[in-house]
Write a protein that binds this ligand. Structure first.
Ligand code: DOR
Ligand code: ZN
Length: 354
């Protein structure tokens, strides 16, 4: 047995799925991401959502203005997305591409936080999707069906069959990212997708879906900070996700889905979905890869497969982590309120070396 390593140094990573909200709350959380990641894909589910190239440009400006003025975090690049609606005009795709927007996000209406403006029937978007296919603009998918009669734990698996596969048949050239996958069905679907017949498909993976199964939501009481959407699944699903990322499969890469909500909105009779992981994301991922005996696969997952999929250059700098037990704070400032991170008050084993 070789001695366990005490430092990790990898090419600077990116977060391919992130919520930062807006205004003063955004200023408090963006710094956590910028301390670790060179770039992040910013989700468009604001209220109202980011639906036009113009909205995205303005939101990007607000994010850039919130960054520290010096140091590595000042170099952080937000990569913008647009929120697909039933009414997105097909010519918005060209405007978006021109503005540097990296993709469109599909939220099935009612699937999650601020998704009321989402798509009620994907067939209504055929003209926009055809344009995205033509201009090679990726579609980022929240992969859950929303019908209330479908069990919440089955929504992702049924989405694959009812929505995703038919969508890929209709638009074989469309590049798709299956976001925050939670099931072995999603792992298998993306792993086995035929790239001869279809364009590239990839998936993002969050720290919570690697670290926890659904028991964590109910451990000793109702733990709302472990509630996100898609909801945590059974242990066999968690294991399938760990195994695929530990194998170094390049279709699976890092997307935290860090989704801050004010403490009171989580700890309520109807608590919001979302786990806040931006502060300790890389530490949590390192823990997973180490436990799986696959620390050598962390860099591909965090820093290489994402830019390769999106056709962007790899980052130049590095990120260092040191083995050290650190306490995760109970809460962080979040505008006029506070946000409670995942695993608040407990510890994590890898510290960022500034
Ligand atoms: O848990 C989630 N939170 N899932 C989502 O899809 C959205 C996100 C949010 O914006 O809070
Ligand atoms: Zn998300």
């Amino acid at each position: 047995m070789t001695k366990a390593t005490d430092t990790i140094e990898i090419r600077r990573p990116d977060d391919w799925h992130l919520h930062v909200r807006d205004g003063r709350a955004m200023q408090d959380v963006i710094v956590h991401t910028a301390a670790q990641f060179a770039r992040a894909i910013i989700m468009p589910n604001l209220k109202p959502p980011v639906v036009s190239a113009q909205d995205a440009i303005a939101y990007r400006q607000r994010i850039l203005a919130a960054l520290p003025k010096e140091g590595v975090a000042s170099q952080f690049q937000p990569l913008m997305t647009l929120y697909l609606t039933d009414n997105t005009p097909a010519d918005e795709v060209a405007r978006a591409k021109e503005a540097g927007v990296i993709g469109f996000k599909l939220y099935p209406a009612g699937a999650t936080t601020n998704s009321d403006a989402g798509v009620t029937d994907i067939r209504r978007c055929d003209a926009v999707l055809a344009q995205m296919e033509k201009l090679d603009v990726p579609l980022l998918v929240h992969g859950e069906v929303t019908h209330s009669e479908i069990d919440v734990f089955d929504r992702e698996a049924i989405f694959i069959e009812k929505i995703l596969e038919p969508l890929r048949q209709r638009h074989p050239g469309l590049r798709i990212v299956f976001e925050h996958i939670t099931t072995k069905q999603a792992v298998e679907y993306v792993r086995d997708a035929d790239t001869q017949r279809f364009a590239k498909i990839a998936a993002t993976v969050t720290p919570q879906h690697l670290l926890y199964n659904r028991n964590s939501i109910f451990s000793g009481g109702l733990r709302t900070h472990y509630y996100c959407l898609p909801v945590l699944k059974r242990e066999e699903h968690r294991q399938a996700i760990v195994n695929i990322v530990a194998s170094g499969n390049s279709r699976f890469f890092l997307g935290t889905d860090s989704a801050p909500h004010p403490k009171g909105a989580k700890e309520s009779a109807c608590g919001c979905a979302g786990c806040y992981t931006a502060w300790h994301a890389m530490s949590l991922y390192a823990e997973v890869f180490e436990q799986a005996g696959a620390l050598d696969k962390l860099e591909g997952f965090a820093s290489i497969y994402g830019p390769e999929f999106y056709g962007l250059p790899l980052n130049q700098g590095t990120l260092k982590l040191r083995r050290q037990t650190i306490q995760i704070p109970a809460e962080f400032p979040f505008g006029d309120e506070v946000v409670v991170p995942l695993r608040a008050g407990e510890t994590t084993q890898w510290a960022l070396v500034e």
